[in-house]
Design a protein around this ligand. Structure first.
Ligand code: SF4
Length: 110
């Protein structure tokens, strides 16, 4: 599989954000770290495993936490941002409030 570059990951994340009506975290240095994590995970596992979670070993087991993870819609709606705080609800981003630590719905109980 052809390795991805961080630029390709940015393009992917911008596409996701635009499609969902979300905003990428405006903290560029923080977001750059997440993009690097996503890129590393793609190149290591072959899919965009969430950069804030560990793999469970297989694509099937990680299905819920491939970016954008299944719980991100609920998290963005309820908390204003996803678990990693890569994607923000536009009004939350505009408020300038810093993202907080939120419970991991995807790996709850695991
Ligand atoms: S929490 Fe979900 S949406 Fe946010 S970076 Fe991780 S996988 Fe992507």
């Amino acid at each position: 599989m052809k390795p991805k570059t961080p630029d390709q990951t940015w393009t992917f994340a911008e596409m996701v954000a635009s499609k969902q009506g979300w905003t990428l975290n405006p903290d560029r240095s923080f977001t750059t770290i997440l993009m690097e994590g996503l890129t590393t995970n793609w190149n290591r596992y072959g899919y965009y495993l969430c950069p804030c979670r560990d793999t469970e070993g297989t694509r099937e087991a990680d299905q819920e936490v491939v970016c954008p993870c299944k719980v991100s819609w609920e998290d963005v709606k309820e908390h204003g941002h996803c678990f990693c705080a890569l994607y923000l609800r536009p009004d939350f981003a505009a408020s300038g409030r810093p993202p907080s630590s939120i419970p991991d719905r995807a790996r709850r109980g695991s």
